[in-house]
Design a protein around this ligand. Sequence first.
Ligand code: MG
Length: 384
Amino acid sequence: MRSRHGLSELRPYAASDANTRGRRYDEPPPAYRGIYQRDRDRIIHSTAFRRLVYKTQVFVNHEGDLYRTRLTHSLEVAQIARTATIALNINESLAEAICLAHDLGHTPFGHAGQDALNDCMRDFGGFEHNLQSLRVVDELEEKYADFPGLNLTFETREGILKHCSTRNARELGDIGERFLDRTQPALEAQLANVADEIAYNNHDIDDGLRAGLISIEQLNEEPLFSTQHDIVKSRYPELDDRRFTHEIIRRMIDVVVTDLIDESARTIAALNPASIEDVRAADAPCIRFSDAMHEKHISMKRFLRENLYQHRRVLGMTAKSRRILRNLFSSFMSEPRLMPQDFADAVGENDTDRARVVADYIAGMTDRYAISEYARINDPDVEV
Ligand code: MG
């Protein structure tokens, strides 16, 4: 096995080219890359990945150039996960591939968009962004001559599908099994999941402060923030606001990631898995925070939900985006020919099939494309 950075080899329980459960359609292994590097590269070359740059994380893209988008969020998630994989000697390329793909199925307008589309789809099987991310890589990306989708490995697909209802799990076959038998995904998937939360907790603080929606005083109620705030304040009393904020946030990320690595290493050592099968069979994920850190992390999530995601200015955009998506959905349902030819041609005979095609089309839209489609359909002055 290749050594990384000349330091150490992958642990036997890490996902690897040797223990993969393979691809849906058999392919010869790549000549110069590992199989998970190939997955990562296919994700980066996908259309859905490029669209992430114009999709909302919390702030709609046109609200300002400096806020995170789904693309920069995904890059930050990958960066955090990669650091931890190196520390734990597990598969860096797999974790990176999962992180870069984890939000591919997100609708325009962030969670407001997801909720709105899920409402529209209530009678037609619902809409869930994790499942949609899997649908994007398995079916909707049409690029390769020999197979539909990106034909990613089982391990990357398993990591992308981080939640799933029992009903959907039954329909998904092997990839859904772990939601029925309550087993764990590979460590790299567990890690991608936590790295996502670490990334958004921290960058949403940064974006929230930048937008003036939350304040340092409010954040000082949170122990995770106040501890680092006090250290930075006493060491660098003269620092300007931007550097002050960034210095606190980078220290918070460091503290949280260090705790995650240490506690996960301890948990793995206690389980002492001999193989990836042992990791899967464990009662609980091995990638975890210490109890004390978990509490602070959850508290910060709660703070952001109450003070940022529910902020009047964020909710204003939420209401607007809900109206846009509902209008698009009903327009395309009653008149599929308003969609591009390939989508219009794909609508089946019954309403459920039609709704799924409409949902695929809407979910793929960027924020600004959804807004321009809304104008095209509803504004008599806009050329059709
Ligand atoms: Mg995410």
